[in-house]
Write a protein that binds this ligand. Structure first.
Ligand SMILES: C[S@@+](CC[C@H](N)C(=O)[O-])C[C@H]1O[C@@H](n2cnc3c(N)ncnc32)[C@H](O)[C@@H]1O
Length: 271
């Protein structure tokens, strides 16, 4: 089995049993926009930003942010980046991205759709960033290949060392008596890249601050109910459980950087 097949197989193991999904009041996989907006928690000095900044032009550079959410990855690079392009399948995230770019003083554009299906709509950028998206992607090789193909200088990809949903594994056991998977990991992603002939540079960093909404204790019960496919009638039980069992957030994030292979003749703004 190839590394890419192992990646897909491990992600498939996260499928939620149909009888649980059927009674879920809301999608357990959805991302809340408020959890990914640019706010005063954004730390522009984190390692992932430094790693991207060292390859960006000193001024006027461009950043393509794939799975951009509200733009925390791209906006931490403004300046020196002066132009940001956000790609996301969720229009609410793109609206937040546009607002954040205006507030940061960057020119911006957005593309709504699933990467890599929308790759041809995306102009080439100096640096392509992709934070906290890889674990959503079963067909990982074309996804990574398209990131590389749109980067003139480098791709910087960030992911927790372990799948973010492992934070609720104990809760799944408590409320549904089922065991959840614990893979894949960032090591598995590196194996996929190596199989593609890419040897990324690699760093580990502590988890950067969460957006204000995610860090707010008031959002923990509703978000846990959603992740666990439970209704509001279980809110008290979930609150009790969380008081004793803090979700086990991945404390370490992996930062990967590798060279882009887009032709410089097609650099952003001229393609
Ligand atoms: C966990 S959020 C991360 C947002 C942002 N990158 C950050 O670090 O704050 C993942 C985002 O990726 C988007 N997404 C997931 N898979 C995608 C795909 N294949 N193409 C485009 N967007 C995707 C989701 O809609 C969501 O906004």
């Amino acid at each position: 089995m190839t590394a890419a097949e192992r990646w897909a197989e491990q992600l498939a193991a996260w499928a939620i049993p149909q009888h649980i999904l059927d009674q879920a009041p809301q999608s357990p996989w959805a991302h809340e926009t408020a959890s990914f907006v640019v706010d005063d928690t954004l730390d522009r000095s984190v390692l992932s930003a430094e790693v991207a900044r060292t390859v960006l032009p000193k001024e006027g550079g461009s950043v393509l942010d794939v799975g951009c959410g509200g733009g925390r990855a791209a906006m931490s690079l403004v300046p020196p980046a002066a132009r940001v392009i956000g790609v996301d399948q969720d229009p609410a995230m793109l609206a937040a991205f546009t607002t954040a770019a205006a507030e940061a003083g960057a020119r911006s554009s957005t593309i709504q759709g699933a990467w890599p299906e929308v790759v041809l709509e995306a102009s080439i950028a100096d640096v392509v960033v992709c934070h906290h998206v890889a674990y959503n992607v079963a067909e990982i090789e074309p996804f990574l290949g398209a990131l590389t193909g749109r980067a003139r200088l480098a791709v910087v990809l960030v992911l927790p060392t372990v799948h973010p949903m492992t934070a609720w594994n104990n809760a799944w056991h408590r409320f549904w008596n089922i065991e959840r998977p614990d893979g894949p990991t960032s090591d598995d992603l590196v194996e996929v890249l190596e199989e593609m002939g890419i040897s990324p540079e690699r760093w580990e960093m502590p988890r950067p601050p969460l957006a204000r909404n995610t860090a707010d204790p008031a959002t923990r019960v509703p978000s846990t109910l959603r992740r666990l496919c439970l209704g509001n009638d279980r809110a008290d039980e979930v609150a009790e459980f969380l008081a004793l069992h803090e979700p086990d957030w991945a404390a370490v994030h992996t930062v990967l950087r590798w060279p882009g292979d887009a032709s410089s003749a097609m650099s952003f703004g001229t393609s």
